[in-house]
Design a protein. Structure first.
Lengths: 93, 383
């Protein structure tokens, strides 16, 4: 069985945004290349404002900050901070 | 870390007084109608010895931009001075890739690597990102077979988790206990017994100076790691014997110096006494006995009050001071700090030993270093 990586994406997924679709696909391309499975969860930025929600970050193996203007920049910034605090691999694009 | 209060983004607040992110200066000539200021393919130069360079393996690449904003050049120097690295720069000098120094893998781009990824042709930054995630996960799943923490059960640690002990003992310290010890006596050319040598960390450290070092350790699992490490390090003047502080398997006057470095051998007055008489027996006249311990009240370092639920001032192991004093030892204190690099690592190594309360504290405060007050008890045998 393929090893699975859980990726949490800080961002408000919009299926009309090519960059959002491309983020999901690019993760799949890279995971295929490494013979892994990438399980992607989008984390809406307003949901990340309460600390409780960010404590859930422990379940992700890495955090990504998606392109585009976040609905809640506070949630987005707190999310990025949490990833840094916990030493989660992080990519912001 | 640079502190930029209320860092602003001119897209959110055009009048922000701290414009960390600003409209990009115009590197694209005659952009098509409706395009963003930074759009299409732009060349980015990659700085060597960075995560970005590790991923790309090349000094220059073309990336797809679709962005209006960039890091305000005025903030670049202060951010770099505080540790942020600009690892990718475009022709106009704009910062296009930034990252944090290792051990973290934190990287952000002003372009969209995901746009130039295709099936069978993944983007190197995204591959490197997943590799970093996988490496961290493997480290943790290895840890998942073990409980989150042993809650200060050093006996279980020594017996069943020698690797975890090894990891804990390998954390870099701001200064070595050896620097303090060498102010009391020189080690060069001496024969040294290291009592409670564990996985051999203190033994190998001290082995840089003397003629011969003999580690004494009761736990088989720890001694096994110590011997493997000695073989790997190619140390021929280091050996390990089974034995305990109260019964040291060495002849009378066998060594010049006897050391015990956080040996966990001293539970009560009686066993400090038996160690002391054994150490005096194996150490030659004029030789030294050195015992390194956490200073009273510093069990687990600065988090003693969190771990023990008591204030440092009301809890001290003064019995230890008294018995060593009675036995003719002097003492000297010094401070050091251990650096875990990341909170995750601190939780995995320090938290594994010192318990749930310590883990919660590390997490809540984002702690990556622990300060310790150490105490050396020492005695020179009369010639």
């Amino acid at each position: 069985m393929k090893e699975e990586l859980s990726i949490g994406i800080i961002g408000d997924f919009d299926p009309n945004k090519p960059s959002h679709i491309a983020t999901n696909e690019a993760l799949k391309h890279a995971a295929d290349h490494l013979s892994l499975r990438a399980k992607v969860t989008w984390l809406p930025t307003p949901s990340l404002v309460p600390l409780q929600a960010r404590m859930e970050f422990d379940r992700y193996d890495a955090i990504w900050a998606a392109p585009g203007d976040p609905e809640s920049s506070e949630g987005a910034i707190l999310g990025v901070k949490q990833a840094r605090l916990w030493g989660k691999p992080f990519l912001g694009t | 870390m640079a502190l930029i209060e209320d860092a602003g983004h001119t897209a959110i607040d055009p009048d922000t007084r701290t414009p960390l992110l600003v409209l990009a200066s115009c590197p694209v000539e005659n952009p098509p109608e409706g395009a963003t200021r930074l759009s299409g393919k732009l060349k980015v130069r990659i700085k060597p010895n960075t995560r970005a360079f590790e991923a790309y393996g090349t000094r220059s690449i073309a990336e797809s931009f679709n962005c209006n904003y960039e890091l305000n050049p005025e903030y670049r120097r202060p951010l770099e001075r505080s540790g942020l690295m600009v690892s990718g720069v475009s022709g106009d000098g704009g910062a296009r890739i930034i990252e944090l120094p290792p051990p973290s893998w934190h990287l952000a781009t002003g372009f969209l690597p995901q746009l130039s990824s295709e099936p069978g042709m993944p983007h190197p930054l995204i591959v490197a990102y997943l590799e970093a995630a996988l490496a961290l996960k493997k480290l943790k799943t290895k840890g998942a077979e073990r409980p989150e923490t042993l809650e200060n059960r050093w006996d279980i640690l020594y017996r069943d988790y020698p690797e975890a002990y090894e990891e804990f003992a390998s954390v870099p310290y701001s200064k070595s206990w050896l620097d303090a010890a060498r102010r009391i006596t020189g080690f060069r050319g001496k024969v040294v017994a290291d009592i409670g040598s564990g996985t051999g960390k203190s033994t190998f450290e001290v082995a840089r100076y003397p003629k011969q070092v003999i580690g004494i350790e009761p736990e088989d699992a720890m001694r096994k790691i110590a011997m493997e490490n000695a073989a790997e390090l190619g140390l021929s003047d280091v050996s390990f014997l089974e034995g305990r502080a109260e019964r040291i398997p060495l002849a009378d006057n066998a060594v010049d110096i006897t050391i015990a470095v956080t040996a966990a051998s001293f539970y009560n007055k009686e066993n400090v006494k038996s160690f002391s008489s054994e150490a005096e027996r194996i150490t030659r006249k004029g030789g030294h006995i050195l015992v390194l311990e956490s200073a009273p009240g510093w069990y687990g370092g600065e988090l003693a009050h969190v771990i023990l639920g008591k204030r440092r001032t009301t809890w001290t192991e003064t019995w230890k001071d008294r018995i060593f004093e009675e036995l003719g030892f002097k003492r000297r204190d010094f401070y050091l700090s251990s650096d875990y690099g990341t909170v995750e690592k601190a939780i995995r190594t320090y938290g594994f030993i010192f318990g749930k309360k310590a883990i919660d504290y590390l997490r809540a405060h984002g702690k990556t270093t622990i300060k310790w007050k150490a105490r050396i008890y020492y005695k020179q045998l009369s010639p």
